[in-house]
Design a protein around this ligand. Sequence first.
Ligand code: GDP
Length: 743
Amino acid sequence: MASRHLCKKGIQASFKRGLLVLPRVAASTERQISSTVLNRASESVSFSFARYINGFGFSSLSNRYSSREPFPTETSVRYFHASRETMARRKEDPDRQLSHRERKKQTVKTKGKFSKREKKTDKPPVEAPYVPLRLKRLEKGLPEKTVDIFEGMTLLELSKRTGESLAVLQNILTNVGETISSEFDTISIDVAELLAMEIGMNVRRQHSTEGAESLPRPPVVTVMGHVDHGKTSLLDALRNTSVAAREAGGITQHVGAFVVGMPDSGTSITFLDTPGHAAFSEMRARGAAVTDIVVLVVAADDGVMPQTLEAIAHARSANVPIVVAINKCDKPGANPEKVKNQLTAEGIELEDIGGNVQVVEVSAMKSTGLDKLEEALLLQAVDMDLKARVDGPAQAYVVEARLDKGRGPLATIIVKAGTLVSGHHVVIGCQWGRLRAIRDMIGKQTDRATPAMPVEIEGLKGLPMAGDDVIVVESEERARMLSEGRTKKYEKDRLLKAEEARIEQAEAKAKETESDEGFVRVELPIVVKSDVQGTAQAVADALRTLNSPQVSVNIVHSGVGAISHSDLDLAQACGACIVGFNVKSGSSANLSAAQASVKVFHHRVIYHLLEDIGNLIVEKAPGVSEMEVSGEAEVLSIFKILGKRRTEEDGVNIAGCKVMDGRVCRSGLMRLLRSGEVLFEGSCASLKREKQDVEQVGKGNECGLVMGDWNDFRVGDVIQCMQPVIRKPKFISSESGAVRIEC
Ligand code: GDP
């Protein structure tokens, strides 16, 4: 009993510790105890035994020696001993010779928390279907991060703003030759810009006026308005009263800006010399908020026109106050009151009606009212309390730049704050230089420029762009570094943009050329000419509603006036048609249109015009290919023709049919219907009429038809013949006047 207990306990314990221990325990037990005892012991442990060995994949063994069958003594124990042969085999096996630890190393855990990734083995290449490479989409839509930087910020502050680690920033700092002892040390604004640029960020320089004295400065004025309303004439007239004109005996050169001085008060106004909102918005787009006041020129004989409204919109969006100059008041047809009413209707709160927008009646031609305009501008400037820091390094914007043969790159700049001193090193956009000379508006050399003063600077290494900011740096080395950093960043941004545009273009093209429905999208370029701007816009908008998935309407130009030769040239160049609404074209233009085969549509009623263009679109549309039932035949009898081997499988069944509708063509796709259900679709192998091969059989005629890959005809089957057809879009006009193209 004791030995039985010992045996059972010993074996169980051994199993608990692991199967590998079992042979030793079992072997020693074998020597000590009799086979009967062992037999019983084996019997009693066979359940737990089976449980363990099952886990090791010896299930067959466990099944064989179940509790009901006696556990064979010899076999059971010896089974777990390695026999001599097994040992010999193990020695030969290289894997077996590895130590337990080595084997463990080789075993790769693929599951669980600490699973290791399986090492790549040299597997044979797997054949996979070719998947075309997709163009990698650049991070679009994510606006590039811009950080505000200022003089004397700490490295820690910059790290927080950029989100970059201190270690990375310190590394770049060392590369640019700067050393700091701790992250709380301050860095200069230029170094901050270099660091930010290096990690691919845009910067916005914040200039502090703290502690510096700010003094009143002259306003910077831009003249805007509709074409031909007299902007250039007004600027010319004002320039003649300018400081330059007085000092240079009335001769002025066009340098981008000029100053008009008030001899009595000693104040002055700086006028930007580029009229129109294009220059204004271009400067704004480059971040140069140079203009303080906008002079809105409106011709007294013409009133508010489309570009007047555009100018108002530009001034409003820039939050720049307006002073209205009603020009051409000398003209007999001048009606300043009408202009005022129109402006009021546009939401301009004129002074006359209790608002704060000043209105001055002038005549650029007669040079009348100019002093009143200047007074109004000065008053507006006083209202705005325009002040600027005079001391300290200058901040300025480029107004114009040009290349002079003798003097190299020249830039007209307007100082915004501080004082620009000759000899300073400057960085302008991506360019840099040492200020060799500063010239005022009459070309006289000066050694310094103060706020709102337009000057021309000399000494730059390259030509900057209008709207670029001018910053003064401490040394040539710093100027070089900043310029290089900006050029690198500019180049990188440019390439990224170009790449993005390329991908976008490729995607758009792919979308356009191959739409989901499998047709090619074509373009219908149109030039619109109308009697007035508003109508031209309305006509263009109405034409755009005819845009369809197959034909895209592209208004290449919309303008006012008769159809001219230049319109024809444009239309010919881009393969456009011309739409003339309420306008005529001269006889010579008509002739040229005919010669250049440019389609010209003249209309006075919009629906007629839309109908014409709608029909043109339908004509141009490539259409969609569709299968259409061209004929239908009924199987009346079946003829069997046996093959060479005279077997059932070898033979061919001929469907003897009668064409009930349309015509059945040999080239068509055959569809077999039985009780309305489609059983087969395939080509026609043979079509005969009275033993003659025919291409088609018309309604009411009988024929013999063999279908490729289908032999199972039955009397009463219906065979439809399908033919491909191109379906064009339709021009739909409703009674309400709405039109559309239905594809
Ligand atoms: P811009 O296109 O707005 O620059 O207009 P311009 O300055 O070129 O002037 C257009 C036309 O209007 C020119 O023929 C000028 O002579 C004429 N013009 C400009 N101002 C006056 C004015 O005050 N009175 C008259 N009668 N004509 C003017």
